[in-house]
Design a protein around this ligand. Structure first.
Ligand SMILES: [Zn+2]
Length: 243
């Protein structure tokens, strides 16, 4: 399978996980899972994510709620002059972020997910959530000031297609916020082949700051900030459209 980022077919095996192999492109160092499952099986995995894995249990707690409130307040800081901010979250799960912005007078939030159990829970909280992928929504161009994808991009069958759709629906000056596992984080290096985020099925792409930046550029998106948490192997990126 050719590298999604540079097209090279030369790679080095990193490790085997279940029936899959994690490989690293010899040209651009992009780490990815082979073979790539077919698109319908990727989708089916998430429609029944919690049903197949374990019974859906909503995650709660004050700390979690405060974390998402803080996340929402940081979004608003990017738009000091906006009276209303259209926010789309891809992979909203049980709706934590949507819940945090529900009563915010400046943010209009909607969430997308494929996990029916999580969506039912979010609907029970009267949140605006929809079942489906971003590409299925046919949103109008330049509709959203902020698109958020927390631990989503690494799961996507065709991330460049989804990022291109994000580009299309973002307003000029809009921001895309992504959090992905970071394969070059110290925790990943220490754990090597046993790193927990190599898990399959699920994680198809394993990003470093460099390869995530390259991926974004394929969709004309450019990071304005990249931040890696010292205690978690996560990379948080805020990106804008390249003019
Ligand atoms: Zn490559």
């Amino acid at each position: 399978m050719a590298c999604l980022i540079c097209g090279s077919e030369k790679f080095t095996r990193v490790t085997d996980v279940n029936e899959s192999t994690i490989v690293k492109c010899r040209l651009c160092n992009f780490v990815y899972t082979v073979p790539l499952p077919d698109e319908s099986s990727v989708r089916d995995l998430y429609g029944n994510w919690t049903d197949a894995g374990s019974q859906f249990q909503p995650r709660g707690g004050l700390g979690r709620r405060l974390k998402y409130r803080l996340f929402a307040s940081r979004i608003k800081r990017h738009f000091p002059k906006h009276q209303s901010i259209n926010l789309l979250e891809i992979g909203c799960g049980q709706g934590d972020l949507q819940r945090a912005v529900k009563h915010d007078e400046r943010i209009n939030g909607i969430g997308l997910d494929l996990d029916r159990s999580a969506l039912n829970y979010a609907r029970g909280l009267d949140l605006d959530v929809r079942e489906g992928t971003l590409e299925e929504q046919n949103f109008l161009p330049k509709t959203y000031d902020c698109v958020v994808a927390i631990h989503v991009i690494e799961h996507l069958y065709n991330p460049i297609r989804t990022l291109s759709e994000i580009y299309r629906i973002l307003t000029q000056g809009g921001i895309f916020i992504a959090i992905v596992p970071c394969v070059t984080h110290i925790k990943a290096r220490i754990n090597g082949k046993r790193w927990k985020y190599y898990h399959v099925p699920g994680h198809l792409w394993h990003f470093s700051p460099k390869t995530f930046r390259l991926l974004l550029s394929k969709a004309n998106l450019q990071p304005v900030s990249m931040f890696s948490f010292y205690n978690r192997a996560h990379l948080k990126t805020i990106a804008k459209k390249i003019d």
